[in-house]
Ligand binder design. Structure first.
Ligand SMILES: Cc1cc2nc3c(=O)[nH]c(=O)nc-3n(C[C@H](O)[C@H](O)[C@H](O)COP(=O)(O)OP(=O)(O)OC[C@H]3O[C@@H](n4cnc5c(N)ncnc54)[C@H](O)[C@@H]3O)c2cc1C
Length: 345
């Protein structure tokens, strides 16, 4: 008999001071198991870095999967505070946590098997990897999933670049940037063979397309942040009620050879009339570049100024880019209720 089936047990996790509880498999973590059970457990990155999924352990015992996780401090340990995304139960537990309806999953996340079927090159260091799933996975444009990759410790978060279209809930495309010496990205680029299977857990993330908001949209992408923004643009094109909405897509790269995304947007209806692409590079020295030079947040500010206050804004990319965008939007007095992002780590 399969050893994992024999060893896998279910534990009851109770939220202190409430009548809420849920069952968590012994090989699952508290955060994801809660979301699978419709409990609105606050989180963001899901990979141990942001610290947004902390809870207090009142009774019981958990294993911290990644004790060195940057989001878990010595002070947290003293106070019996743990990361939901890294904590596996050793038995029944009682935890203190403030659920927040903002995090209630639109689609309950689940673990499926993904078979790696194909890849294509996007730039010199970004490729798209396609997986076919053993089971349907519904998700919203802009969301991400967690991949368990061979020989890699922990999981890696990658955003879907495709959208769900009927039977396509069985296919996920990820656009991944190769990170020098990065375990997960290099496993995808160098080791994963066609036909190989990995565990994919999702969907997760709060920076998904708000289809009920009809104001114009600004998507800002930098580096590996391409995928979720492409997915959002595809989602807008797919939604009949959003046909009057204009979408401005700005891509920021370091050098001209990093710039990408335009061809994927050109393939959508309304490109040129309702869908616009522009790009900026921070270093154009020695290369032919007729576009903007500078950072993508500077391009957004110079193009839209106070008009940013009237836009629904989505962004994804490296942490420094995210911080610069937030600072600029704060200075422009843009309400953060209309700004959506899941910080990349
Ligand atoms: C919400 C979100 C969406 C993302 N979407 C994309 C995307 O669409 N495309 C893209 O290219 N990148 C994306 N990333 C970044 C991606 O998840 C990886 O961080 C990146 O590929 C570098 O991983 P690496 O393994 O190559 O590098 P490494 O330096 O080996 O690993 C860095 C990442 O792995 C985590 N990590 C390291 N060790 C462990 C461990 N033992 N246990 C658990 N976690 C560990 C870290 O928290 C960090 O996230 C996203 C990140 C987040 C948080």
């Amino acid at each position: 008999m399969d050893e994992t089936l024999v060893n896998n047990q279910k534990h009851r996790i109770t939220l202190a001071g409430t009548d809420q509880s849920f069952e968590c498999d012994s090989d699952d973590v508290l955060l994801r198991s809660a979301l699978r059970n419709d409990i609105a457990f606050p989180y963001e990155c899901n990979v141990g870095a942001c610290g947004n999924c902390k809870f207090e352990l009142i009774e019981g015992d958990v294993d911290a999967r990644w004790p060195e996780a940057p989001g878990w401090t010595a002070k947290d340990r003293e106070r019996r505070r743990y990361l939901g995304c890294q904590s596996m139960p050793r038995g029944d537990c009682t935890i203190k946590l403030r659920p927040n309806q903002h995090y209630a999953p639109l689609h309950q996340p689940k673990r499926v098997t993904g078979t790696f079927t194909s890849r294509r090159s996007i730039t010199h260091d970004i490729e798209e990897f396609r997986f076919e799933l053993s089971d349907d996975m519904r998700f919203e444009p802009g969301q991400y999933a967690l991949l368990t990759l061979p020989g890699v410790s922990g999981q890696r978060a990658y955003s879907m670049s495709n959208i769900v279209q009927g039977s396509q809930a069985r296919v996920l495309d990820f656009q991944v940037r190769r990170v020098p010496n990065g375990q997960g990205s290099n496993a995808l680029f160098d080791r994963l063979a066609t036909g190989e299977q990995v565990e994919i857990d999702g969907p997760y993330g709060m920076a998904y397309l708000r289809r009920d908001v009809k104001r114009d949209i600004l998507c800002l992408a930098g580096g590996s942040g391409l995928a979720p923004m492409i997915s959002i643009a595809r989602g807008v094109a797919q939604t009949p009620e959003m046909q009057g909405v204009k979408l401005h897509f700005l891509y920021g790269g370091r050098t001209p050879r990093d710039v990408c995304g335009r061809d994927m947007l050109e393939a959508l209806e309304n490109f040129g009339s309702h869908l616009h692409f522009d790009a900026a590079v921070s270093d154009a020295s020695g290369e032919q570049w007729g576009g903007h030079t500078g950072f993508v947040h500077e391009l957004a500010e110079s193009k839209f100024g106070d008009g940013l206050r009237d836009m629904e804004i989505y962004f994804a990319g490296p942490p420094a880019m995210g911080q610069a965008i937030q600072k600029m939007l704060l200075a422009r007095k843009v309400s953060f209720g209309q700004v959506h992002f899941d910080q990349f780590y």
